[in-house]
Design a binder for this molecule. Structure first.
Ligand code: G1P
Length: 299
């Protein structure tokens, strides 16, 4: 099957980030820093690598720092230019977004992930689109969404990133009911948002990367309440399973996912990304060795 090119991506960033209070009292969670880049930058870079040209942010009140982050900063750029700091200047410029490439829509009430995505419906129009949840940071050789776009070119339909989780953790995720397992990919026969541990159809969990048919937006129009009384993206995708639907595939991406929506996950990502940076790995690695040795000695 030949599928249409995916050039638009939706980034739901309206959440209040209460898990990171008090930090998120005045800064959006997506601006929090992993080594030296805000979380959102990792998602943007991943989307760009996958061929995304239009970036749609679903924001809410108090997120203006995000909008400023993607804007040009002429004064800062001129200062760096004058000081001959070309490397820093390039780093800074790589965060700029072209005029018209980025759009913001507001979600005026927190009604769930499905509702947030639905807020972008007019900007998405009648074409397939990606959704990236910036809390899920994925370290991989080939960026996760790029892996998915390549697989999607073969399948069409709808594709969600998927990962095996311990059975006790399945209730924190959208979970796939597997129809056929092809190894790197599964065809789903069902999808449940945050099932009770004993009711989870498998331990294959949905991770925050999606390539969706515009039909999912139509399904969201129904505003059906799901788990937690919220409008769930998982439910709208699940409607595409079955003979009338466009089909749903789970894609087992190659890479390591960090849950930067939790404090422990954010710390783990900080260690992993810090260690993977050539300019930091030696000093940081030695420090970590030291910490471990001290802990062992104290036991
Ligand atoms: C959201 C989705 C869920 C998915 C998860 C991945 O849940 O609703 O289906 O498994 O992201 O991170 P949240 O973590 O926002 O509760």
């Amino acid at each position: 099957m030949k599928s249409r090119k995916v050039t638009k991506a939706v980034f739901p960033v309206a959440g209040m980030g209460t898990r990171f209070l008090p930090a998120t009292k005045s800064i959006p969670k997506e601006i929090m820093t992993l080594v030296d880049r805000p979380l959102i930058q990792y998602a943007i870079d991943e989307a760009r690598a996958a061929g995304i040209k239009e970036f749609i942010f679903v924001t809410s009140r108090g997120k203006s720092a995000l909008e400023d982050y993607f804007d040009h900063a002429p004064e800062l750029e001129n200062t760096l230019k004058r000081a001959g700091k070309t490397e820093l200047l390039e780093t800074l410029k790589s965060t700029n977004m072209d005029s018209g490439a980025i759009a913001y829509v507001r979600q005026n009430r927190p009604m769930g992930l499905g509702h947030a995505v639905w807020c972008a419906r007019r900007l998405v129009g009648n074409e397939p689109f990606a959704v990236l949840l910036p809390d899920d940071v994925i370290a991989s050789e080939k960026p996760c969404l790029q892996q998915m776009v390549e697989a999607y070119e073969e399948t069409g339909g709808n594709m969600v990133a998927a990962m095996e989780v311990p059975p006790a953790k399945a209730s924190s995720y959208g979970v796939l009911d597997i129809d056929e397992d092809m190894g790197s990919m599964v065809r789903a026969k069902g999808m449940v948002e945050k099932p009770k541990a004993e009711e989870a159809p498998s331990n294959l969990a949905v991770i925050g990367r999606y390539i969706l048919s515009p039909k999912v937006m139509n399904n969201l129009n129904k505003m059906k309440q799901g788990a937690g009384g919220e409008i769930q993206l998982t439910d709208a995708i699940a409607e595409e399973i079955g003979s009338e639907g466009t089909g749903v595939y789970g894609f087992r991406f190659r890479g390591q996912r960090y849950d930067c929506g939790s404090k422990a996950g954010f710390l783990q990502a900080t260690v992993a990304f810090g260690l993977s940076r050539p300019d930091l790995s030696e000093e940081f690695g030695l420090y970590l060795d030291d910490v471990v040795a001290q802990q062992k000695a104290a036991q």
